[in-house]
Design a protein around this ligand. Structure first.
Ligand code: 5GP
Ligand code: ZN
Length: 114
């Protein structure tokens, strides 16, 4: 998707601080971090929202979660704790329409979220 900012990061047309990369998944630091650790984990396939997820993409989404777990360990936030989440559409605050798993940690979070 040419006009998708995250596809442009995947295609290295826009720079990002990449912390994980394989054939299917890439992860990079959020440009506007909301916690000491704030990483976005995304599929290399352009999927606009969770509503567009196909049953055959279940394994791909599972891999995003596996990568979040590995990165949480690498960032040494796995024991204190961390939060992962997808925002879907406007009420959840989605601003980039290429699904991304937020990995947040390094501080305590409130619940429920605002
Ligand atoms: P959303 O609000 O869609 O769930 O999250 C989008 C996230 O992408 C935001 O936290 C925002 O800071 C981040 N973001 C937007 N544009 C860029 C960019 O060009 N580079 C990086 N690294 N993060 C971005
Ligand atoms: Zn995209």
């Amino acid at each position: 998707m040419e006009d998708c900012i995250f596809c442009q990061i995947i295609n290295k047309k826009i720079s990002a601080e990449i912390v994980y990369d394989n054939d299917r998944v890439i992860a990079f630091k959020d440009v506007n971090p909301q916690a000491p650790v704030h990483i976005l984990i995304i599929p290399k396939t352009h999927i606009p929202t969770l509503n567009d997820l196909l049953p055959e993409q279940t394994e791909l989404v599972g891999e995003l979660i596996q990568v979040s777990k590995e990165l949480a360990k690498a960032e040494c936030i796995d024991q204190n704790g961390y939060r992962v989440g997808f925002n879907c559409n406007k009420d959840a605050g989605q601003t980039v329409y290429h699904i991304h798993l937020h990995l947040l940690g390094g501080r305590a979070f409130s619940w429920p979220p605002g």
